[in-house]
Write a protein of this length. Structure first.
Length: 319
Protein backbone atom coordinates (compact mmCIF):
# COMPACT_ATOMS: atom_id res chain seq x y z
CA UNK A 1 0.00 0.00 0.00
CA UNK A 2 1.31 3.44 -0.94
CA UNK A 3 1.17 6.53 1.23
CA UNK A 4 -1.76 8.89 0.62
CA UNK A 5 -0.17 12.30 0.13
CA UNK A 6 -1.39 15.89 0.04
CA UNK A 7 -1.19 15.77 -3.76
CA UNK A 8 -3.51 12.75 -3.81
CA UNK A 9 -6.12 14.42 -1.62
CA UNK A 10 -6.13 17.60 -3.69
CA UNK A 11 -6.18 15.63 -6.95
CA UNK A 12 -9.29 13.79 -5.77
CA UNK A 13 -10.85 17.14 -4.81
CA UNK A 14 -10.20 18.60 -8.26
CA UNK A 15 -11.53 15.48 -10.00
CA UNK A 16 -14.72 15.65 -7.92
CA UNK A 17 -15.31 19.31 -8.79
CA UNK A 18 -14.72 18.68 -12.50
CA UNK A 19 -17.12 15.73 -12.36
CA UNK A 20 -19.80 17.81 -10.59
CA UNK A 21 -19.51 20.66 -13.09
CA UNK A 22 -19.67 18.23 -16.03
CA UNK A 23 -22.65 16.38 -14.51
CA UNK A 24 -24.49 19.65 -13.93
CA UNK A 25 -23.88 20.68 -17.54
CA UNK A 26 -25.20 17.34 -18.80
CA UNK A 27 -28.27 17.61 -16.55
CA UNK A 28 -28.89 21.13 -17.83
CA UNK A 29 -28.59 20.06 -21.47
CA UNK A 30 -30.97 17.14 -20.86
CA UNK A 31 -33.51 19.40 -19.17
CA UNK A 32 -33.28 21.94 -21.99
CA UNK A 33 -33.76 19.23 -24.62
CA UNK A 34 -36.85 17.91 -22.85
CA UNK A 35 -38.32 21.40 -22.50
CA UNK A 36 -37.72 22.22 -26.16
CA UNK A 37 -39.25 18.97 -27.37
CA UNK A 38 -42.17 18.62 -24.96
CA UNK A 39 -42.50 21.94 -23.14
CA UNK A 40 -42.04 20.20 -19.79
CA UNK A 41 -39.77 21.96 -17.27
CA UNK A 42 -37.64 19.08 -16.05
CA UNK A 43 -35.60 21.29 -13.71
CA UNK A 44 -38.69 21.75 -11.53
CA UNK A 45 -39.45 18.04 -11.44
CA UNK A 46 -38.57 16.80 -7.96
CA UNK A 47 -37.96 13.21 -9.09
CA UNK A 48 -35.47 14.40 -11.74
CA UNK A 49 -33.68 16.58 -9.20
CA UNK A 50 -33.44 13.77 -6.65
CA UNK A 51 -32.16 11.39 -9.33
CA UNK A 52 -29.55 13.95 -10.40
CA UNK A 53 -28.46 14.52 -6.79
CA UNK A 54 -28.09 10.76 -6.32
CA UNK A 55 -25.90 10.52 -9.43
CA UNK A 56 -23.78 13.43 -8.17
CA UNK A 57 -23.24 11.76 -4.80
CA UNK A 58 -22.44 8.35 -6.23
CA UNK A 59 -19.99 10.09 -8.56
CA UNK A 60 -18.31 11.75 -5.57
CA UNK A 61 -17.69 8.40 -3.92
CA UNK A 62 -16.67 6.74 -7.18
CA UNK A 63 -13.94 9.33 -7.80
CA UNK A 64 -12.40 8.62 -4.38
CA UNK A 65 -12.65 4.85 -4.62
CA UNK A 66 -11.28 4.69 -8.16
CA UNK A 67 -8.34 6.91 -7.23
CA UNK A 68 -7.28 4.88 -4.21
CA UNK A 69 -7.80 1.60 -6.05
CA UNK A 70 -5.69 2.69 -9.01
CA UNK A 71 -2.98 4.09 -6.74
CA UNK A 72 -3.24 1.22 -4.24
CA UNK A 73 -3.72 3.65 -1.36
CA UNK A 74 -5.92 4.21 1.65
CA UNK A 75 -6.54 7.70 3.09
CA UNK A 76 -5.37 8.12 6.68
CA UNK A 77 -8.94 9.17 7.57
CA UNK A 78 -11.37 6.54 6.33
CA UNK A 79 -14.00 4.13 7.61
CA UNK A 80 -11.68 2.78 10.28
CA UNK A 81 -12.41 0.96 13.51
CA UNK A 82 -14.00 3.20 16.15
CA UNK A 83 -15.43 2.83 19.61
CA UNK A 84 -19.25 2.41 19.98
CA UNK A 85 -19.67 5.93 21.37
CA UNK A 86 -17.92 7.60 18.43
CA UNK A 87 -21.00 7.91 16.16
CA UNK A 88 -23.03 9.10 19.17
CA UNK A 89 -20.53 11.93 19.68
CA UNK A 90 -20.90 12.73 15.99
CA UNK A 91 -24.68 12.91 16.38
CA UNK A 92 -24.33 15.34 19.28
CA UNK A 93 -21.86 17.46 17.31
CA UNK A 94 -24.24 17.64 14.35
CA UNK A 95 -27.08 18.94 16.51
CA UNK A 96 -24.72 21.42 18.20
CA UNK A 97 -23.57 22.73 14.82
CA UNK A 98 -27.06 23.22 13.42
CA UNK A 99 -28.46 25.09 16.42
CA UNK A 100 -25.24 26.80 17.50
CA UNK A 101 -24.35 28.22 14.09
CA UNK A 102 -27.93 28.91 13.03
CA UNK A 103 -27.65 32.59 13.98
CA UNK A 104 -24.54 33.16 11.85
CA UNK A 105 -26.14 31.45 8.87
CA UNK A 106 -29.39 33.39 9.29
CA UNK A 107 -27.50 36.68 9.59
CA UNK A 108 -25.67 36.08 6.30
CA UNK A 109 -28.89 34.98 4.61
CA UNK A 110 -30.59 38.17 5.83
CA UNK A 111 -27.71 40.27 4.53
CA UNK A 112 -28.09 38.74 1.08
CA UNK A 113 -31.87 39.14 1.08
CA UNK A 114 -31.77 42.75 2.30
CA UNK A 115 -29.34 43.66 -0.47
CA UNK A 116 -31.65 42.29 -3.16
CA UNK A 117 -30.52 38.69 -3.57
CA UNK A 118 -33.18 36.19 -4.62
CA UNK A 119 -32.28 32.76 -3.30
CA UNK A 120 -32.31 29.43 -5.04
CA UNK A 121 -35.34 27.18 -4.88
CA UNK A 122 -34.78 24.62 -2.14
CA UNK A 123 -35.41 20.89 -2.20
CA UNK A 124 -39.10 20.10 -2.66
CA UNK A 125 -40.96 18.38 0.18
CA UNK A 126 -44.46 18.67 -1.28
CA UNK A 127 -45.55 15.09 -0.64
CA UNK A 128 -44.67 11.85 1.10
CA UNK A 129 -42.64 10.68 -1.89
CA UNK A 130 -40.59 13.87 -1.91
CA UNK A 131 -39.94 13.57 1.82
CA UNK A 132 -38.76 9.96 1.50
CA UNK A 133 -36.52 10.76 -1.48
CA UNK A 134 -35.21 13.85 0.27
CA UNK A 135 -34.33 11.89 3.38
CA UNK A 136 -32.56 9.19 1.37
CA UNK A 137 -30.49 11.69 -0.59
CA UNK A 138 -29.70 14.24 2.12
CA UNK A 139 -29.44 12.02 5.20
CA UNK A 140 -27.94 8.86 3.67
CA UNK A 141 -26.17 9.45 0.37
CA UNK A 142 -24.87 13.00 0.83
CA UNK A 143 -23.23 12.56 4.25
CA UNK A 144 -21.45 9.34 3.32
CA UNK A 145 -20.29 10.39 -0.15
CA UNK A 146 -19.37 14.00 0.68
CA UNK A 147 -17.52 13.07 3.86
CA UNK A 148 -15.59 10.45 1.91
CA UNK A 149 -14.34 13.26 -0.32
CA UNK A 150 -13.87 16.23 2.02
CA UNK A 151 -12.93 14.52 5.29
CA UNK A 152 -11.62 11.26 3.87
CA UNK A 153 -9.50 12.08 0.84
CA UNK A 154 -9.05 15.86 1.02
CA UNK A 155 -8.43 16.19 4.76
CA UNK A 156 -6.11 13.17 4.78
CA UNK A 157 -3.95 15.04 2.30
CA UNK A 158 -4.27 18.50 3.84
CA UNK A 159 -3.07 17.31 7.23
CA UNK A 160 0.19 16.22 5.59
CA UNK A 161 0.91 19.76 4.38
CA UNK A 162 -0.67 22.06 6.98
CA UNK A 163 -1.13 22.39 10.75
CA UNK A 164 -4.35 20.86 12.05
CA UNK A 165 -6.26 24.15 12.35
CA UNK A 166 -5.37 25.18 8.78
CA UNK A 167 -6.28 21.74 7.41
CA UNK A 168 -9.66 21.95 9.16
CA UNK A 169 -10.32 25.44 7.76
CA UNK A 170 -9.27 24.48 4.20
CA UNK A 171 -11.49 21.40 4.31
CA UNK A 172 -14.40 23.52 5.54
CA UNK A 173 -13.78 26.13 2.85
CA UNK A 174 -13.75 23.53 0.08
CA UNK A 175 -16.91 21.93 1.45
CA UNK A 176 -18.68 25.27 1.70
CA UNK A 177 -18.02 26.50 -1.84
CA UNK A 178 -18.66 23.05 -3.31
CA UNK A 179 -22.38 23.63 -2.67
CA UNK A 180 -22.20 26.76 -4.87
CA UNK A 181 -25.13 28.22 -2.91
CA UNK A 182 -24.44 31.67 -1.41
CA UNK A 183 -27.17 31.34 1.21
CA UNK A 184 -25.59 28.19 2.62
CA UNK A 185 -22.01 29.42 2.56
CA UNK A 186 -21.57 30.37 6.22
CA UNK A 187 -23.33 27.36 7.70
CA UNK A 188 -21.65 24.87 5.38
CA UNK A 189 -18.27 26.31 6.32
CA UNK A 190 -19.05 25.93 10.04
CA UNK A 191 -20.41 22.41 9.58
CA UNK A 192 -17.46 21.48 7.36
CA UNK A 193 -14.96 22.66 9.96
CA UNK A 194 -16.83 20.79 12.69
CA UNK A 195 -16.85 17.57 10.68
CA UNK A 196 -13.16 18.00 9.85
CA UNK A 197 -12.29 18.45 13.52
CA UNK A 198 -14.24 15.30 14.41
CA UNK A 199 -12.48 13.32 11.66
CA UNK A 200 -9.03 14.48 12.73
CA UNK A 201 -9.71 13.72 16.38
CA UNK A 202 -11.00 10.20 15.72
CA UNK A 203 -8.99 9.24 12.64
CA UNK A 204 -12.25 8.15 10.99
CA UNK A 205 -14.96 9.70 8.81
CA UNK A 206 -17.66 7.95 10.85
CA UNK A 207 -18.32 10.74 13.40
CA UNK A 208 -18.24 13.29 10.57
CA UNK A 209 -20.81 11.27 8.62
CA UNK A 210 -23.00 11.07 11.74
CA UNK A 211 -22.75 14.83 12.36
CA UNK A 212 -23.48 15.65 8.72
CA UNK A 213 -26.45 13.26 8.60
CA UNK A 214 -28.01 14.60 11.81
CA UNK A 215 -27.57 18.19 10.70
CA UNK A 216 -29.36 17.42 7.42
CA UNK A 217 -32.03 15.38 9.20
CA UNK A 218 -32.90 18.22 11.58
CA UNK A 219 -33.01 20.65 8.66
CA UNK A 220 -35.47 18.37 6.83
CA UNK A 221 -37.63 17.97 9.95
CA UNK A 222 -37.74 21.74 10.33
CA UNK A 223 -39.15 21.90 6.80
CA UNK A 224 -41.80 19.20 7.09
CA UNK A 225 -42.95 19.31 10.74
CA UNK A 226 -44.38 21.99 13.06
CA UNK A 227 -40.99 22.10 14.79
CA UNK A 228 -39.69 24.45 12.11
CA UNK A 229 -42.40 27.02 12.79
CA UNK A 230 -41.97 26.72 16.54
CA UNK A 231 -38.22 27.22 16.24
CA UNK A 232 -38.73 30.27 14.00
CA UNK A 233 -41.08 31.79 16.58
CA UNK A 234 -38.54 31.14 19.33
CA UNK A 235 -35.81 32.87 17.34
CA UNK A 236 -38.12 35.83 16.73
CA UNK A 237 -38.90 36.07 20.45
CA UNK A 238 -35.22 36.40 21.40
CA UNK A 239 -34.45 38.86 18.61
CA UNK A 240 -36.24 42.11 19.60
CA UNK A 241 -33.55 44.25 17.98
CA UNK A 242 -30.26 44.01 16.10
CA UNK A 243 -28.11 44.41 19.20
CA UNK A 244 -29.70 41.55 21.12
CA UNK A 245 -29.66 39.37 18.00
CA UNK A 246 -25.95 40.00 17.49
CA UNK A 247 -25.19 39.10 21.13
CA UNK A 248 -26.96 35.75 21.10
CA UNK A 249 -25.75 34.94 17.57
CA UNK A 250 -22.11 35.40 18.53
CA UNK A 251 -22.59 33.78 21.92
CA UNK A 252 -24.28 30.71 20.44
CA UNK A 253 -21.52 30.32 17.87
CA UNK A 254 -18.78 30.56 20.52
CA UNK A 255 -20.56 28.02 22.74
CA UNK A 256 -21.08 25.69 19.79
CA UNK A 257 -17.44 25.90 18.75
CA UNK A 258 -16.35 25.19 22.34
CA UNK A 259 -18.77 22.25 22.57
CA UNK A 260 -17.49 20.71 19.33
CA UNK A 261 -13.92 21.20 20.55
CA UNK A 262 -14.83 19.41 23.78
CA UNK A 263 -16.39 16.52 21.89
CA UNK A 264 -13.26 16.30 19.73
CA UNK A 265 -11.13 16.13 22.86
CA UNK A 266 -13.22 13.20 24.07
CA UNK A 267 -12.83 11.50 20.71
CA UNK A 268 -9.08 12.01 20.72
CA UNK A 269 -8.72 10.50 24.18
CA UNK A 270 -11.00 7.58 23.35
CA UNK A 271 -9.66 6.85 19.85
CA UNK A 272 -8.26 3.31 19.55
CA UNK A 273 -4.53 3.02 19.02
CA UNK A 274 -3.63 2.65 15.36
CA UNK A 275 -0.35 0.93 14.46
CA UNK A 276 1.99 2.88 12.24
CA UNK A 277 1.32 2.14 8.59
CA UNK A 278 3.98 0.54 6.48
CA UNK A 279 4.08 1.95 2.96
CA UNK A 280 5.60 0.65 -0.23
CA UNK A 281 8.51 2.57 -1.67
CA UNK A 282 6.92 5.10 -3.99
CA UNK A 283 9.18 6.81 -6.46
CA UNK A 284 6.36 8.75 -8.10
CA UNK A 285 7.31 12.37 -8.86
CA UNK A 286 5.80 15.21 -6.84
CA UNK A 287 3.86 16.35 -9.89
CA UNK A 288 4.07 18.67 -12.86
CA UNK A 289 4.73 21.66 -10.62
CA UNK A 290 7.07 19.99 -8.17
CA UNK A 291 6.46 20.73 -4.49
CA UNK A 292 3.74 23.24 -5.36
CA UNK A 293 1.60 20.71 -7.23
CA UNK A 294 -0.65 19.97 -4.26
CA UNK A 295 -1.30 23.68 -3.59
CA UNK A 296 -2.02 24.37 -7.25
CA UNK A 297 -4.50 21.49 -7.44
CA UNK A 298 -6.35 22.82 -4.39
CA UNK A 299 -6.44 26.39 -5.73
CA UNK A 300 -7.70 25.20 -9.13
CA UNK A 301 -10.52 23.18 -7.58
CA UNK A 302 -11.49 25.90 -5.13
CA UNK A 303 -11.25 28.50 -7.88
CA UNK A 304 -13.75 26.61 -10.06
CA UNK A 305 -16.27 26.47 -7.22
CA UNK A 306 -15.73 30.14 -6.34
CA UNK A 307 -16.40 31.11 -9.96
CA UNK A 308 -19.65 29.12 -9.90
CA UNK A 309 -20.52 30.63 -6.51
CA UNK A 310 -20.02 34.15 -7.87
CA UNK A 311 -22.07 33.28 -10.96
CA UNK A 312 -24.93 32.07 -8.76
CA UNK A 313 -24.65 35.19 -6.62
CA UNK A 314 -24.87 37.47 -9.68
CA UNK A 315 -27.83 35.53 -11.03
CA UNK A 316 -29.57 35.94 -7.67
CA UNK A 317 -29.11 39.70 -7.77
CA UNK A 318 -30.29 40.18 -11.34
CA UNK A 319 -33.22 37.74 -11.08
Amino acid sequence: MREFRETDGNAVYLKVIVFLLAANIVAGILASAVQLSTGYDLLHDSLFNYAAMTVFQIGNAAVVLLHIRRRRQRPDIFFGRVRPETPVIGVLAGAVCLFGFYGLAAAFDTLLTETGYVGQTGISFDGAGDIVCGLIVTVAFAPVCEELVYRGALLSGLKKGYPAAAAVALSGLAFSFMHMNPQQTVYQFCLGCGCAALALASGSVIPAVAAHAVSNLIAVLMEVTPFGGAFARFIASISPNAGVTAVWTIGAAVVAAAAVAGLCLILRRRAPAVPAAEYEADAAPAGAFGKNTAKILYVCALGLTVIMWITTLIQGYIA
